[in-house]
Design a protein around this ligand. Structure first.
Ligand code: ZN
Length: 71
């Protein structure tokens, strides 16, 4: 997959968006034509991604291990 700046005067592919596309995303087969989208939709997509891919909290390697103290 490859993303590049949109060289053509195309309207953003996102539904309900009337902006001009700034980026084009080559899907190479998923859909016939490249997906083009604007700055706004790019940001929205990133928001979606970050919500979907919530980074897992890093577990402390020593969590749960009880300290045994010698008496
Ligand atoms: Zn858009």
């Amino acid at each position: 997959m490859k993303m590049e700046m949109c060289k053509h005067q195309l309207k953003c592919d996102f539904y309900g968006c009337k902006n001009m596309a700034k980026y084009s995303f080559s899907t190479k087969g998923f859909i016939r034509k490249d997906l083009v989208f604007c700055d706004d939709c790019m940001k929205k997509m990133f928001e979606c991604f970050s919500k979907t891919m919530v980074p897992k909290p890093i577990e402390a390697p020593f969590k749960g291990r009880k300290k045994k103290e010698r008496v």
